[in-house]
Design a binder for this molecule. Structure first.
Ligand SMILES: Cc1cc2nc3c(=O)[nH]c(=O)nc-3n(C[C@H](O)[C@H](O)[C@H](O)COP(=O)(O)O)c2cc1C
Length: 345
């Protein structure tokens, strides 16, 4: 086939992907790769180099991310009067770190995607919401989450068999944020965790622009010095003299937190994580619809001690996402790799 015909074939997929790539992913790894078979069919792969085996020990986070991405494509297709169907190539348990390490493939087949005409599909979320949705790590304004937004978020969670709860008591919030800091400082001193996350740090504007992925210091609301210290001298986080100083620096960086939100439900079993990812993109887009931002605190759920403390504090089992939620100024925008970089020949 001529190049021209190939490009035409990919047109609808390119259009959908241009917006879907703005879906969130842990550390902004953007694990998705796509091979277009025809204007109606494409295959979705996980790029092995973009998984997080040291932190995502059950594989749930990578599967969740793929669930969000497929759902994003489906919502965008619906907006264009089309329906997107998917069939998973393998059981989700195939994407545990052990299973991924055992395969020699670099692109792991994940799902076949099919588009069909569907005049009746409701345009659930307009494309601009995908761009308005961002992680905000800057200080939130004092206003609480409006009641209509809180109801809408709880309703969506309910529809997907998930639970959304909010914590607004300032002393509880401070206690939980302190557990988060302790967990983060400990985890950054665990070599496997440290080396994996730091490989996604982008220390300069040039590096962020070149890679167009990962965590850059602007988006993390950190100074380049803070970012450097955490990455290169993590033991300072544990040293008696420097720990209180860095603790305060990190707390100041988080800023005002009027509300902590949490999500609980099926997630930790890989077979649950895919549906939960499909749910999460709805939930996150809904926050954007209400002009709210969230900032997840991953260490509160992945760090064993913090996770146990959260269970004791709330009595809620299966918490898998904890985040600050509220209004803020528009945060710095994170980069995305261009669609050409995610298309496979
Ligand atoms: C499941 C999940 C967990 C995340 N956990 C964290 C986290 O612990 N800390 C953090 O700063 N950002 C976290 N994020 C936010 C991502 O880093 C962010 O989505 C990504 O960098 C892209 O930025 P954007 O959301 O502004 O588009 C998480 C995102 C997802 C999907």
């Amino acid at each position: 086939m001529s190049r021209g015909a190939g490009a035409k074939r990919a047109e609808i997929w390119t259009t959908l992907l241009e917006t879907a790539i703005h879906a969130p992913s842990p550390h902004n790894v953007q694990p998705w790769r796509v091979r277009v078979n025809s204007d109606r069919e494409a295959d979705l792969f996980i790029d092995k180099e973009r998984t997080l085996p040291k932190e995502d020990v059950t594989g749930s986070f990578i599967i969740l991310t793929m669930g969000m991405f497929i759902e994003a494509l489906g919502l965008l297709a619906a907006h264009r009067g089309m329906r997107l169907e998917h069939s998973l190539h393998h059981d989700p348990s195939r994407y545990t770190p052990e299973a991924i390490a055992a395969t020699r493939e670099t692109m792991l087949p994940f799902a076949r995607l099919r588009l069909s005409q569907d005049g009746a599909a409701p345009p659930a979320y307009p494309g601009d919401l995908f761009l308005r949705r961002q992680t905000s790590r800057i200080s939130l304004r004092p206003d609480p989450v409006p009641a209509d937004a809180a109801h809408a978020l709880a309703r969506i969670a309910n529809e997907w068999d998930q639970r959304y709860e909010a914590i607004t008591d300032p002393s509880r919030i401070e206690r939980i944020l302190a557990w988060n800091t302790e967990a983060l400082f400990d985890d950054l001193n665990a070599p496997d965790y440290h080396d994996e996350i730091v490989s996604w740090f982008r220390f300069t504007d040039g590096a962020a622009r070149r890679h167009r992925d990962g965590l850059d210091y602007r988006c993390m609301n950190a100074s380049r010095l803070e970012f450097f210290l955490i990455a290169r001298l993590p033991w300072l986080l544990q040293l008696r003299l420097t720990r209180p100083l860095l603790w305060k620096m990190y707390r100041d960086q988080i800023g005002r937190v009027p509300t902590l939100g949490l999500l609980a439900g099926g997630f930790w079993r890989p077979e649950d994580a895919f549906r939960t990812g499909r749910f999460l993109i709805h939930f996150w887009l809904e926050t954007a619809r209400h002009r709210l931002y969230i900032h997840p605190y991953g260490n509160l759920v992945t760090n064993k001690k913090a996770n146990e403390r959260m269970l004791q504090e709330t009595g809620i089992r299966d918490i898998w996402l904890i985040f600050k939620i509220g209004r803020s100024d528009e945060p710095p925008r994170s980069y995305r790799r261009p669609v050409e970089a995610i298309l496979l020949d």
